[in-house]
Design a protein around this ligand. Sequence first.
Ligand SMILES: Nc1ncnc2c1ncn2[C@@H]1O[C@H](COP(=O)(O)OP(=O)(O)OP(=O)(O)O)[C@@H](O)[C@H]1O
Length: 289
Amino acid sequence: MLKIKDVTLAFGKNVVLDDVNLEFKQGEIVGLVAPNGTGKSTLINVILHNLTPQKGFVEYENTRYQTQKDTIKLHQEICSFPEQSDLFPFMTGRDHLNLYADLWHNSVKSVGQVINDLQMGNYVDKKVQTYSLGMKQRLCFAMVVATDSPVMLLDEVMNGLDPQNVALISQMLLKLKDENKLIIMASHLLSNLQQYADRVLFMGKGHIIEDLDNKKQNKRYLKMQSTPETTKLLANYDYETLPNNLILVPLEKIEQDKLTQLIASLVRADIQYAVERIDIEDLFNKFYD
Ligand SMILES: Nc1ncnc2c1ncn2[C@@H]1O[C@H](COP(=O)(O)OP(=O)(O)OP(=O)(O)O)[C@@H](O)[C@H]1O
């Protein structure tokens, strides 16, 4: 179990984390979602001990960052996504993977398997200086996988990837979850996160403003754009309008007859609608006006 206990971190007067408490379990994919500059990377840096909070602590499997020995132990268990600028241009991708596997004493997962899983065979033996942005990004992710560490912190792992690579990495994340890894990832790719995240933490003003169980979003809504015509049709219904002008009508509150009537009037007026769950993008619009 990874615990964040009473953590407060401020840069001068800018309180980025204000008494934050969180617990994370193995086998969980957790998305960190918030607008730019809210504190996602700061939270990841606190977990890594790159930043020391003014108050509170981080604890993993009953160990805190107290002594140098603790820090070494925790850094064997937690691996973060490297920056592309950390790569060595004159080394090959395979050299990087071997380096990370060695540093984290991974003797279980073979580097060959990681290369196969991430379809890197055709370029992994070339020097990194010949790689495109997307190839480097895939290598950085593969380096984390090669550590086989139980906790993986991924800050913007999908940046710069084409849809096929996004799908490949998403598939790999599910495999890692099956291997009982705890994966915490900051991402702005909300529809992608929705496909596999177990939990989504929305951050704002120093706090976790919503801790969403993404697997239990069963409620369905009738969704449509807000226009004078739709608001007139909905005059006798309960609904909410998000800042992006999307109307959400909760279906659980409408009787069957009234719903049939409403849908018939939407069809007659040629108004586009959908019946869906509330998605992460809708919630983003709701929370960040
Ligand atoms: N080293 C630092 N010194 C001073 N302020 C900092 C420092 N690092 C981050 N901040 C501030 O902390 C706040 C949170 O930044 P952080 O990088 O954690 O946001 P983020 O949610 O990860 O943003 P993004 O989506 O842009 O990556 C911002 O106001 C930022 O300016």
